[in-house]
Design a protein around this ligand. Structure first.
Ligand SMILES: [Zn+2]
Length: 99
């Protein structure tokens, strides 16, 4: 399941979800509810990085090209990252109010 807004169920920006820094908050384009990452997200992105570093060498006998191995594993892991639930929540900083 791709990341959705908890307030209005609108799909959130996947580029924010996959490439933003931990501290980057995201405002829903539909209802302007503010979202932030959870600590789970920190854990998962660490695992993704570790996976990209350590999994490709294991496939050396299966896929000859190192470039293809890395691209393959990275896209697989990022797909996984985009569908794992529980990585974002409504931001508690809402009343700080940058609108
Ligand atoms: Zn929304």
């Amino acid at each position: 399941m791709f990341p959705k807004c908890f307030n209005c169920s609108n799909n959130l920006s996947l580029s924010w979800f996959l490439s933003a820094f931990m501290w980057t908050e995201h405002r829903c384009v539909k209802c302007s509810e503010l979202h932030e990452f959870t600590n789970l997200r920190r854990l998962y992105s660490g695992l993704i990085v570790a996976g990209i570093l350590f999994v490709p060498p294991l496939l050396e006998g299966v896929i000859a090209s190192q470039g293809i191995r890395i691209v393959l594993i990275a896209s697989l892991l990022f797909t996984l990252l985009s569908i794992i639930p529980g990585q974002h929540k409504l931001s508690s900083n809402e009343d700080v109010g940058v609108k």
